[in-house]
Design a protein around this ligand. Structure first.
Ligand SMILES: [Zn+2]
Length: 400
């Protein structure tokens, strides 16, 4: 059994409360970490580190759990740079451009789609992401949704069926018929490759009745629930998600007091049930020049908050979790510690995972080593490539 020791760590973020200093990050100073069989085997003071077959010297840098990006749309073709330019010149974002990507995606070969996922996932890994959720949603036919998920499943276990992304052009004016297709043959074809079911619940996309129908039938097929909710305006999505026990409701930009209360009280009082996480996607507000969600309000109310990229070619073409952390701190009044927690442990909660987003014995050895002494630098030095090395299942991902 081969072992790997990471030592000379100035600051180890564990996300284990009580493991170190006060606060959500469970910070330990002067620590070392031993990896065996792709898992964390031991954490302790560097001076007590056991012998190992190999060693990585963190050189006084900080070590954090790998980012858990719980919301990304990577299976697509083409780009929408011209749409972005038009938006920056003053045109509003409506979500209608999704159909442009649908056309390009349907026309692409499997290998073209696979190459795009590989390229974007590679970008994300170099920026510290070790777990990534990938959605379908640009196929919108039975065959194209199934193939999108089949390709996504080559890259991640966290695959999400988003047949209800937008009503495709050929179903214009016949949303009920399209929802029937999604709930029937499309779900049947997609479910073998999907862990989750998702709906874009928004005016102009799918209303609460449609969303409920799709999510309920998806649940019955064994899929977990998550949804796009309250992005472009107020709506019923967040409360529907909480009602259905969704792992996460994503965007949460326009929330009523009742929405915030529903999220804050979504965990069962005895703690046995998992909360519905509010996943915030500030890359979307950045790229559509829209007001950011009020993270402070959610945190102060007691809701669980995650951060993710929403990586997609239309409204948020970034794969960078450090960028999202910096936006959350600067624009959404999250502290650096809250933002780092939300991008790691928060993302894991949004995927109902307890083996990632955390560094403790038994957890996956998914971590990043920074060229900086503290997690604070992720927001303090925005846009700077601070991530020197990434371990995924204990395997170094970056050439040094
Ligand atoms: Zn999305």
């Amino acid at each position: 059994m081969s072992s790997l020791l990471v030592d000379n760590i100035a600051e180890l973020v564990t996300n284990v409360p009580g493991a170190g200093e006060d606060g959500p990050l469970g910070i330990r100073r002067g620590a070392a970490l031993l990896v065996e069989e792709g898992r964390v085997a031991w954490i302790g003071p560097g001076r007590y580190a056991p012998a190992a077959d190999r060693r990585i010297d963190a050189e006084g840098g900080a070590v954090l759990p790998g980012f858990v990006d719980s919301h990304a749309h990577l299976v697509f073709a083409g780009d929408r740079a011209a749409e972005f330019a038009a938006r920056m010149a003053g045109e509003p974002y409506t979500g209608g451009g999704i159909r442009t990507t649908v056309g390009a995606t349907r026309a692409a070969s499997d290998d073209e789609l696979r190459a795009t996922v590989q390229r974007l996932r590679g970008e994300a890994v170099r920026q510290g992401t070790t777990t990534m959720e990938i959605k379908s949603g640009y196929g919108l036919t039975v065959a194209d949704e199934a193939r999108s998920l089949r390709i996504a499943a080559e890259f991640t276990a966290e695959t999400t069926f988003l047949g209800a992304h937008v009503v495709p052009a050929e179903y214009a004016g016949r949303a009920d018929d399209y929802v029937g297709l999604v709930c029937g043959p499309m779900l049947t074809a997609a479910a073998p490759y999907a862990r989750w079911v998702d709906v874009f619940c928004e005016r102009g996309a799918f209303d609460a009745d449609h969303a409920r129908a799709i999510l309920t039938v998806g649940q019955a097929a064994g899929l977990g629930v998550r949804l796009h909710a309250n992005q472009l305006g107020p709506g019923p999505g967040v409360r529907l998600g909480v009602e259905l026990g969704a792992a996460s409701v994503d965007h949460c930009t326009h929330l009523s007091d009742a929405d915030v209360e529903a999220l804050a009280t979504s965990a069962t009082p005895d703690g046995s049930g998992a909360a519905t996480v509010a996943t915030l996607l500030p890359g979307a507000e950045f790229s559509t020049r829209s007001p950011y969600p009020d993270a402070r309000r959610l945190l102060d109310a007691g809701a669980t908050v995650a951060l993710a990229t929403d990586c997609n070619p239309g409204s948020s073409y970034t794969s960078s979790m450090p960028f999202c952390v910096a936006l959350a701190v600067r624009e959404m009044r999250m502290t650096p510690a809250e933002a780092v927690w939300a991008a790691t442990a928060g993302g894991a909660r949004a995927l109902r995972r307890d083996d990632v987003g955390v560094l403790r014995p038994g957890a996956r050895a998914d971590l990043m080593i920074l060229d900086a002494p503290s997690h604070l630098h992720l927001a303090y030095r925005p846009g700077v490539p601070l991530i020197r090395q990434v371990l995924h299942n204990g395997v170094p991902q970056c050439r040094l």
